[in-house]
Design a protein around this ligand. Structure first.
Ligand code: SAM
Length: 223
């Protein structure tokens, strides 16, 4: 079966991105949600030992995006549970599905198993990839913006302890699918600051500009 036009990947790698992954993966790579295995193929061509998994490896009709597509690399059936059996490898997540929890679950399992390096390719919190829990685990929230301002529109992440810190960011060219971030464990990461309950009742603009607006002489109290 020929490769269909455009049936590569949601994000397109660069030499720099592939080189960076290879450089932090002496024990190889485990890629979850690998889709067509395009990144896996290019990494393998550089000599990286890659184990690629997807819950519905193409050409499976169950794959929403790549049904009928011949993969570039052997992609085995597997979900987030696979992560804990491959802690000696770098965990690679390229464009994990938006607002689905499996990538966060994979990071949690990989962390518990002692994994030492996560590579994420996609967009940050509030973007098109992963869910709030994933970005919180990866240390991309300074605090729970949802509780603090109600402005982000995302889920509360107060209870999530970030365990990772990005050490390197490689921007992909415009249109290639966001950026690539390399994370290392950081046990010194403090828990996200829980927001006191009264803060959610405070008007968001007042929290932004300070505690209280100055009053003009003779002005009645503001709401
Ligand atoms: C948006 S696609 C990205 C695919 C590929 N990484 C790319 O960049 O083209 C998300 C992929 O995650 C896979 N997926 C969904 N749930 C999964 C799970 N629980 N475990 C592993 N893969 C999963 C889908 O089948 C799909 O191939």
């Amino acid at each position: 079966m020929p490769h269909l036009p455009g049936a590569y990947a949601f994000a397109l790698p660069t030499d720099e991105a592939l080189g960076a992954i290879a450089g932090v993966s002496p024990g190889g790579v485990v890629e979850l949600g690998a889709g067509t295995g395009f990144w896996a193929r290019l990494l393998a061509d550089r000599g990286v030992d890659v184990a690629a998994f997807d819950v519905a490896p193409p050409p499976s009709a169950q794959n929403r995006w790549f049904a009928g597509v011949t993969p570039w690399y052997p992609v085995r059936p597997g979900d987030e549970s696979v992560a804990e059996g491959h802690a000696s490898r770098t965990l690679l997540l390229v464009w994990p599905t938006r607002n689905e929890d499996w990538a966060a679950a994979a990071v949690e399992r990989y962390t518990s198993a002692g994994g030492q390096c996560v590579v994420f390719v996609g967009e940050g919190p509030g973007g098109s990839t992963g869910d709030d829990r994933l970005h919180a685990l990866l240390g991309e929230y300074e605090r729970c913006w949802s509780c603090a301002y109600g402005a982000h529109g995302g889920a509360c992440v107060c209870g999530i302890r970030p365990r990772w810190l990005h050490r390197q960011v490689i921007e992909l060219p415009r249109g290639h699918g966001g950026d690539l971030r390399i994370y290392r464990p950081d046990d010194s990461c403090p828990p996200l600051r829980p927001t006191p309950p009264q803060a959610t009742r405070t008007r968001w603009w007042r929290r932004l500009i300070g505690r209280r607006l100055p009053r003009r002489a003779g002005q009645a109290g503001m709401a």
